[in-house]
Design a protein around this ligand. Sequence first.
Ligand SMILES: Nc1ncnc2c1ncn2[C@@H]1O[C@H](COP(=O)(O)OP(=O)(O)OP(=O)(O)O)[C@@H](O)[C@H]1O
Ligand SMILES: [Mg+2]
Length: 226
Amino acid sequence: MGARIEGKNIVREFKVAGERIVALNGINIEIQEGSFVILKGRSGSGKTTLINILGGLDEPTKGEVFIDEKEITALSETGRDDFRRKSVGFVFQSVALISAMTAFENVDFALRIAGYPQKERENRAKECLEAVGLSERIYHKPSELSGGEQQRVAVARAIAHKPKIIFADEPTAELDAEKSFQIVELLKRVSKELKITVVMTTHDPNLLFAADNVYTLEDGEIIDVR
Ligand SMILES: Nc1ncnc2c1ncn2[C@@H]1O[C@H](COP(=O)(O)OP(=O)(O)OP(=O)(O)O)[C@@H](O)[C@H]1O
Ligand SMILES: [Mg+2]
């Protein structure tokens, strides 16, 4: 079952060469469990920074993040690592599969890291690759797959340990229009059928149709919600 995500007054500042950069300037956001949400906005508006903080990869300078009733910003680093490993899946712009491993091995490896019992891993990995339409390609290595197929392996890997939330940061940036459309349809299906909360960022206005809610960021602030 998906999780509800709440960010309260999130501020993230960076210091570079003595200068202070405000990447997020008081973000308030409430994402319903099982919904499919898109964050859009120009380059540098704060999308990746926000995703990293909501997903527990980074800590805010100020503010709080709650996942269901749990405040993840109050956890220690190991607590956050643990939360991430169990409850969150990530999909990134450049696919980041392990090139020496087949599609099957990539998903299996992610299950191993998540602590999945060995007996269940094989079936689960195959089931997830089937769910993304890659049953015929499970023994292909990344270099033997198209860009869209590689990104589908990344989605299979992200859903394999049954996370409550998937964060996808520009997952279609390196794909053409049709493949982008397919990946977004896949993420939407994952969100609805598996009841996983999905938070995705994109620049592409053609993909917004799929979202339950679209948040527009500008200069570290949410300026529009629809
Ligand atoms: N580690 C960092 N150190 C310093 N500044 C950073 C760091 N990460 C991000 N920033 C700055 O914070 C702002 C927001 O960056 P962020 O990566 O969140 O933007 P984005 O909306 O994801 O952009 P893009 O669409 O290009 O991916 C930018 O001005 C960026 O330069
Ligand atoms: Mg980004």
